[in-house]
Structures are given as structure tokens and as C-alpha cells.
Design a protein around this ligand. Structure first.
Ligand code: MN
Ligand code: MN
Length: 301
């Protein structure tokens, strides 16, 4: 049923992620610069024989997703916050994806408990033949039992080689999704939880720090062409951060080139996603392999 080689790579990728998950609480603490968290985790992935599947995300409070440190970032983890550390490893394009929420404010602790429990219940229900809408219902009802609210417009996702969002989505609320889970598929499941009086949706923030390669032709400036060639050679399939271009180019060159490349639609960017009513958001995420009668967590015990 399963190809041995891809599965071996997914498992190895998941083992690295599982190991790093345990280190997150000692790395992500109040007073620590966000850029240090990103770079330390990304370096540890390489030390263990993997590569970052996408830039490490550090989401503080209402920032739900897609924040990674730009070069020279001054952001540090504040006291009394909730921070989502979302990261993934790839081995030959086989990606596993996870998120750990660290909480430094006792009154936000129930949000973390709710997202952890919703994830555990979703994984228990995750097996071949089950509709993805049923998983959304399980997640929503688990979160509502805590008197809290799921984020309705963020979802988990099927994973394929070099593709983090491979078509099928895992909703965090009940609704109409006729697609069914199939044996042999790999999914990231990721409930997001906010307060009951929040909007329960994310909107685009004003900045974007994560990018993806789109096409190789368009820019007219020589510097932009060089940066684009480098991006295509190194990050043609998975997302990247401008930090990752710093070894090859001056910071100003990267900044100007990215503006030019976005204008010419050679590169696109992912805006930071923020809860609409600025309410705190917790997130729990694991990647699972769907087996004959159940699912196995690849990114944890
Ligand atoms: Mn993730
Ligand atoms: Mn994910």
C-alpha cells in the first residue's frame, strides 16, 4: 500500500520535528528575540539532517500565522503572552509540520488546553472513510466545551511531496466538506482557538515576511534577476524568508529586489494573519499518517 522510501523520509522528518518540539519551551521564553528562536530551530533542523520546510513562524497573541522574523528583527517575546511556534522539516521534499503554543499568561492557559484537546480528539477520529467535515465538527465541539471559539478560516491540510497545502483541507468548524480521508494520506491537523467573544476569523495584516517563488521571468533590474535566480535555485518549491537570502546578498539589495519581484509577480508573499478582533489565539498541530484503521502521529509520541 505505501511506498517505502517516501514513508521513510516522512518518518525521519517527523522524528526531527518531535525532538525539536520538546526543546521549544526552553528556547521560546519572555525576553528572547524572535529571530533567535527562528534561527536556532532552523539550525537544529539542519544539524539533525533535515531542512526547514518553511521559515519558523512565531505568532504572538492575536498574530495567528505567517510571522517570521525579517533580517534585523527587533521583536522579542513579551511577558504575559501566548506564542505559537509553528515549524516544519523537509527531507527531499517530504514535509512534516507542527506547532507548539507556549503560554506565559495563566488566563490564556485554557486556550492552549482547548487546542491540545481538540487536536487529540481530531486525531482519534481521523481514519479512512471519515469525512473531513466530521473532523471539523469534532474540533469545533471540543473547543466549545471550554467556552471558547475555533478560528473558522484557518484549516489543516493534506501534505504531498514539496506541497504543504495539497488540495484537501481539514476544517476547524463543522460544515459542508464531502471529501473523505483515505489510507496512505498524510495530513497536518491544526486547531486554532480564540475567545468566545472574538470574531473567530483571521484577516490579512499589513506586513508579509514569508515568500514563495512563482515564475522565473519578468524583472528588468540586474540585481533583481540575480536574486530571483538564487531564489529559483534554492527555494523553487517551498516558502522562504528574506533572512535566508542574507548569506548571498546585502540586506538592502534583498529588500529592493523583493519589492521588484513581487511587482512583476515572480515572487508572492504571505501576509501575516491576525485575529480580526485582536484576540489571543492558541494553536496545536501535528502531522499524521492515515493507516488502515487509524492514524499515526509522525511529529510526536
Ligand atoms: Mn504549521
Ligand atoms: Mn500546517
Amino acid at each position: 500500500m505505501f511506498d517505502a522510501q517516501p514513508l521513510e523520509s516522512f518518518r525521519k522528518s517527523g522524528e526531527i520535528v518531535a525532538r525539536l518540539r520538546k526543546e521549544v519551551p526552553s528556547i521560546a521564553k519572555p525576553g528572547v528575540p524572535a529571530i533567535k528562536i527562528c534561527e536556532e530551530l532552523e539550525q537544529k533542523m539542519r544539524d539533525h539532517g533535515g531542512k526547514p520546510a518553511f521559515p519558523v513562524n512565531v505568532g504572538i497573541n492575536e498574530v495567528a500565522a505567517h510571522y517570521t522574523s525579517p533580517p534585523g528583527d527587533a521583536l522579542t517575546i513579551p511577558g504575559g503572552c501566548l506564542a505559537k511556534i509553528d515549524f516544519g522539516v523537509q527531507i527531499d521534499g517530504y514535509v512534516t509540520d507542527t506547532s507548539v503554543t507556549v503560554c506565559f499568561e495563566p488566563k490564556f492557559q485554557p486556550l492552549v488546553q482547548a487546542s491540545d484537546e481538540a487536536l487529540a480528539n481530531a486525531i482519534r477520529a481521523f481514519r479512512p472513510g471519515v469525512k473531513l467535515s466530521e473532523i471539523g465538527r469534532v474540533i469545533q465541539s471540543s473547543i466549545q466545551k471550554f467556552g471558547l471559539r475555533p478560528i473558522s478560516n484557518l484549516t489543516g491540510h493534506k501534505i504531498e511531496r514539496f506541497t504543504i497545502h495539497a488540495g484537501k483541507s481539514v476544517p476547524n468548524v463543522s460544515g459542508l466538506n464531502g471529501a473523505k480521508i483515505e489510507e496512505g494520506e498524510i495530513y497536518a491537523i491544526e486547531p486554532f482557538v480564540t475567545l468566545s467573544n472574538a470574531a473567530g476569523v483571521v484577516v490579512n495584516g499589513s506586513s508579509a515576511y514569508i515568500y514563495r517563488f512563482v515564475k522565473p521571468k519578468g524583472p528588468t533590474f540586474d540585481e533583481s534577476k540575480k536574486v530571483l535566480e538564487y531564489i529559483q535555485a534554492n527555494f523553487s518549491t517551498l516558502p522562504f524568508a528574506s533572512r535566508w537570502l542574507g548569506g548571498a546578498f546585502e540586506r538592502e539589495t534583498v529588500k529592493k529586489a523583493l519589492i521588484d519581484l513581487i511587482k512583476h509577480k515572480c515572487v508572492s508573499s504571505y501576509p501575516v494573519l491576525v485575529e480580526q478582533t485582536s484576540s489571543p489565539v492558541a494553536q496545536s498541530e501535528h502531522t499524521v499518517l492515515v493507516e488502515r484503521d487509524n492514524s499515526t502521529i509522525l511529529t510526536g509520541p
